[in-house]
Every structure is written in structure tokens, then in C-alpha cells.
Design a protein around this ligand. Structure first.
Ligand code: FES
Length: 391
């Protein structure tokens, strides 16, 4: 290995820039019960939510560090009745603010108040283009409500930004989902293939699509893109279980993303909470500056110095920065290993095996009605069960 500028043969530490993207997970409370929720399955364990004053301080410190984009998320951020105050404060600080919502609780009055507070952007989630599937997947009757909320968002002058998480049960409906988005006047549609963390990991065997489903859906998306041009931008990313190289998760650990969990734990990525041995700093006890620049949690996988082989000597290591630490942990039990999505990883066969479950399930029970799928829905009782000592 060539010596670095300091004359050492150790890989150089990266120059650390500021966090650019702050995700404020205001609460784990949520009226929906989505089977692919990315929140931790043991969310009931985590204590008191930060109060308004604590969130205001987090926003101030993050802005002082250089963060510019702010997402209010959850759970469902609308269950917090101080959301308008926090949006107003963020706006005064100069953040570009985005509300990531299921739409439940978004009334005309509330949206007016958020608009007045300076909210820049709203992203509304749907589960499907059909009432039956939307309501099944969220375990709620929210399809009609979401359609009403979509009209409200338009009426308040916001661009229509829809998000739909895709998996085996709704991938065949991609054309209908795009039609729904067009009918609603969406300017942007995010077709987010399920990322297998949190509840989605728990449900991976029930959600995993087949490769054919993915390629067919991709072809449908392509044909719409060619037809509708810029009228609605459609984002469609194939889940990395079907790729040969991993994603550059979070654009690199501790690189641009800073998440704050409802109880004040600072997160280098959405799923970091489950990594054993990673002590997440608490914003109530430490400044964000200290957390970002000096905490072990944010430095642990920053840059390339932590990498094992085959990443360490790989000429593509700067491209993906070793992939996803949480995926490595979930698939191999060790967050320090190369992301098994990479076909250079000695663990790559594990990914192929999990992906194969989609094929087996689809071909083994092709006619299985969705209500018989063995999904675990996100709910407090299920979270208590999954948090138990036997886990
Ligand atoms: Fe945690 Fe990718 S989700 S590093």
C-alpha cells in the first residue's frame, strides 16, 4: 500500500464535511401499520420523545453545522401538535423543509397552518393504486383519505410528490400506480422498491419480488417515461438484492446524513439503531457538533479505513464505500463485513438465497390471496413481542 501524505501506510482519514441532510424522526407513533415500515421493530422500547424545546435546539445546532435540507418524518410527524412550530423555527433558520407523511391528520386547516409556517414541500405516501391493497398493506382504511389529502396538497399550491413502496404484492400494479399519480397531477413519483430493514426485514420472505416482476415493472416505468416526458418524473430503483454491486448507502457513513430518532439518539443511517455494539450518541447529552465530528458511532464506518478485504484492495471501493453496514449485519451477523450484495463478497450466496425466496413463494403459491400472506404488521403488540428477551 502506498504511503499517505503523512508518511503512514494506513489509509488516509477522509476530510469530514458537514451533514447536509437532517432527518428529524419526530415520533415513532403512527396510525398506519405498514408491513414494510423502516422504523425499528423494537420501537416500543425507546423512551420519551424529545420535547419542543429540545427539537428547536437540535434544529439550531444542525443548521449551525451546515445542514440545509430537513425532513420531518416518523412514524407520522402529524401526530405531534408542535409540528407547525418546528416548521416555523426551521424556516427561520433557513432550512428547506419537507414533510414526509401518510396524510393521516392532514386537514385543510393544518395544511394552511403549515403553509403559513413556511413548509416548502410535502411527500405523500400511498401503498397501492387500489383501495383493497392500499388498506391491506397499511392495515387501515386510508385509501380515500389519501386521495382527499392529495387534492388538498394541490389546492394549497404544493407540487404533488407521491411515494409508493414496491414489493411482490404491488409490483404488478406499477402501471396503475403511475396512472393514479398522473390523474392526481403528480409532478414527481417515487417508486421505492422495498429496502429490507426494520419491519420489511421481518417480512422479507413475504415481500421479496421475483426478478421477472422487477424487470417487467421497470419496463412499464420506461414506457411511461418515454410517453409522458417531463410531465411527471418517475424514480424507480431496483432493490440491491438483484444487483451485483451494493449501493453507496447514505452516500457514505457519516458523510452527509444525520438522523435524529424520537428519543434523541443520533443516527448515521435510518437503521443504525439495530447494530450491536454501536453506542448511539444522545442529543440531550452532547452537542451535534461533537456527535458529528467526534463520536465513535459517526466515525466507525466513515471513509475507507475500516474496510476489510475484499473491499480494502478493491478499485471500486470509493464508488460504493463498502455498501450498506446494516445490510451486512442483517445478512451475515457482522456489520464489519463487505456488503454481501457485492458479488466479490464471500457472502454473496446469502443474497441470492434470500432473493430466491421471492421466486419460490411466487411459484409455490401463485394464487395465494394477499390476505393469507404471513405478514407481520407494525403495531405496538408486535413490537413488544419482537423486543422480547428471546430475540
Ligand atoms: Fe445503515 Fe445502510 S441502512 S448503512
Amino acid at each position: 500500500m502506498p504511503a499517505n501524505a503523512a508518511g503512514s501506510s494506513e489509509p488516509a482519514q477522509p476530510t469530514v464535511g458537514p451533514p447536509l441532510w437532517l432527518l428529524a424522526e419526530l415520533t415513532y407513533r403512527c396510525p398506519l401499520h405498514c408491513a414494510f415500515c423502516y422504523n425499528p421493530v423494537d420501537y416500543v422500547r425507546y423512551g420519551q420523545e424529545l420535547d419542543t424545546a429540545q427539537w428547536r435546539r437540535v434544529l439550531r445546532e444542525a443548521r449551525a453545522l451546515g445542514a440545509a435540507q430537513l425532513g420531518f418524518s416518523g412514524g407520522e410527524p402529524l401526530v405531534r401538535d408542535d409540528l407547525e412550530e418546528l416548521v416555523g423555527h426551521a424556516r427561520q433558520l433557513g432550512f428547506y423543509t419537507n414533510l414526509i407523511t401518510s396524510g393521516v391528520g392532514l386537514t385543510d386547516a393544518r395544511l394552511g397552518a403549515l403553509r403559513a409556517a413556511g413548509l416548502d414541500h410535502v411527500q405523500l405516501s400511498f401503498q397501492d393504486a387500489t383501495r383493497q391493497m392500499n388498506d391491506f398493506l397499511s392495515s387501515t382504511r386510508t385509501f380515500d383519505l389519501k386521495r382527499r389529502v392529495a387534492r388538498l396538497i394541490k389546492a394549497h399550491g404544493y407540487p404533488m410528490v407521491l411515494n409508493c413502496v414496491l414489493h411482490r404484492h404491488n409490483l404488478p400494479h406499477v402501471g396503475a400506480i403511475i396512472e393514479m399519480a398522473l390523474e392526481m397531477g403528480a409532478e414527481y413519483l417515487e417508486l421505492a422498491n422495498t429496502q429490507y430493514y426494520g419491519w420489511a426485514w421481518e417480512n422479507r420472505l413475504a415481500l421479496m419480488p421475483t426478478e421477472e416482476q422487477l424487470r417487467e415493472a421497470e419496463a412499464v416505468v420506461e414506457s411511461y417515461r418515454a410517453r409522458i416526458g417531463k410531465r411527471c418524473r418517475i424514480l424507480f430503483v431496483v432493490p440491491d438484492y438483484f444487483e451485483k454491486r451494493p449501493k453507496k448507502c447514505m452516500n457514505g457513513w457519516g458523510s452527509v446524513f444525520l438522523g435524529i430518532a424520537p428519543d434523541g439518539a443520533a443516527l448515521p443511517c435510518h437503521a443504525a439503531r439495530m447494530l450491536p455494539g454501536l453506542v448511539l450518541p444522545d442529543v440531550r447529552a452532547q452537542s451535534l457538533h461533537d456527535i458529528w465530528y467526534h463520536s465513535d458511532a459517526f466515525q466507525r464506518f466513515r471513509g475507507t479505513a475500516w474496510m476489510p478485504e475484499p473491499c480494502r484492495s478493491c478499485d471500486e471501493k470509493e464508488k460504493d464505500l463498502g455498501g450498506c453496514r446494516c445490510q451486512a449485519y442483517l445478512l451475515t451477523g457482522d456489520a464489519n463485513r463487505t456488503d454481501p450484495v457485492c458479488d466479490k463478497s464471500p457472502d454473496h450466496a446469502i443474497v441470492r438465497e434470500v432473493a430466491m425466496h421471492g421466486r419460490l413463494a411466487a411459484h409455490g403459491q401463485p394464487q395465494a390471496p394477499v390476505h393469507e400472506a404471513p405478514l407481520v404488521f407494525r403495531a405496538d403488540a408486535a413490537s413488544r413481542r419482537l423486543s422480547g428477551p428471546a430475540r
